[in-house]
Ligand binder design. Structure first.
Ligand code: ADP
Length: 268
């Protein structure tokens, strides 16, 4: 990460983890507690999968990590969210700065109605990071390479992003996120709108991004996907984070009966 933002420069509050939540509770409409006292930690170069039945709070938790729930009216987030040891769950946190470092990729590919090249450069330009054409060219190339899209689009960078296939659009969205040089990338069901070949390609991309040292957290309803991409897994059930561990332990030696029931298909 290259920027020195207020977020990153803050003093540590006693955690060695890149990102850590402590007793995070989320209430919608001031009464519906969707997430109860969730504590998890995340490290650089690691992929964590958030699994569990639908409606159990996985996306709600993910959105806490870059303070996206703040945009939902009457949604209250309690507890601490420590990023580089500094609690970002405070009203004074600068969201514009924070989201440079904690990027997010959504379920549906959402490229801008611009060229492939301009999709990559949009945010870095807005943040004043591009000072020359050479710098722009290099950023476009490295970001697209990191998202394994360069070879497919290098000869048509000025074409509309909307002309790409769904899988390519999703990789462009990943490249666009990486162009801001984040140290955390959040994915909310990034493959649910994609065919199996595109899904495989996104999974390989997620693995190679982790190898570059970025921390990744992925919500997935697909258990095979969790085993393929993640190092660690956390299981959510009705607003509680019930069990977490290495992905190997979670899938081969689950401890909680609710996790056993989920893995054996007793509920959705
Ligand atoms: P999951 O990702 O595990 O499917 P969610 O985090 O989407 O679960 O949802 C958890 C609970 O929070 C559900 O009861 C859902 O209806 C509720 N919820 C999610 N988003 C909102 C919202 N924007 N407003 C009100 N309730 C919400």
């Amino acid at each position: 990460m290259t920027d020195t933002t207020a977020t990153q420069a803050a003093p540590a509050q006693g955690t060695d983890h890149l990102l850590q939540t402590q007793d995070v509770t989320v209430t919608y409409d001031l009464t519906h507690e969707a997430l109860h006292k969730t504590s998890l930690s995340f490290d650089a170069g690691q992929v964590t999968a958030l699994i569990g039945p639908s409606g159990c709070g996985k996306s709600t938790f993910l959105r806490c990590l870059n303070l996206m729930n703040r945009e939902i009216p009457r949604c209250v987030v309690g507890g601490q969210i420590l990023y580089h040891g500094h609690d970002i769950n405070t009203p004074k946190e600068n969201l514009f700065e924070l989201r440079k470092s904690i990027g997010m990729v959504f379920q549906q590919p959402t490229p801008f109605r611009k060229s492939i090249r301009e999709n990559i450069l949009f945010a870095p330009k807005k943040h004043g990071r591009i000072h020359s054409k050479d710098e722009a060219d290099e950023l476009v190339e490295t970001s697209l390479k990191q998202a394994a899209l360069w070879d497919e689009v290098k000869d048509k960078l000025k074409q509309s992003a909307h002309a790409l296939s769904g899988g390519q659009q999703q990789r462009l969205c990943i490249a666009r996120t990486l162009a801001m040089k984040p140290d955390v990338v959040l994915y909310d069901e990034p493959c649910s709108a994609l065919d199996p070949i595109s899904t495989f390609s996104i999974e390989e991309t997620i693995r190679s991004i982790a190898e570059s040292g970025i921390c990744e957290i992925i919500v997935t309803h697909n258990m095979e996907q969790a085993t393929r991409v993640s190092d660690r897994t956390a299981f959510f059930y009705v607003g509680d984070m019930v069990e977490t561990g290495t992905t190997q332990q979670i899938f081969s030696a689950p401890r909680d009966q609710r996790l056993v029931d989920y893995l054996t298909g007793r509920f959705g």
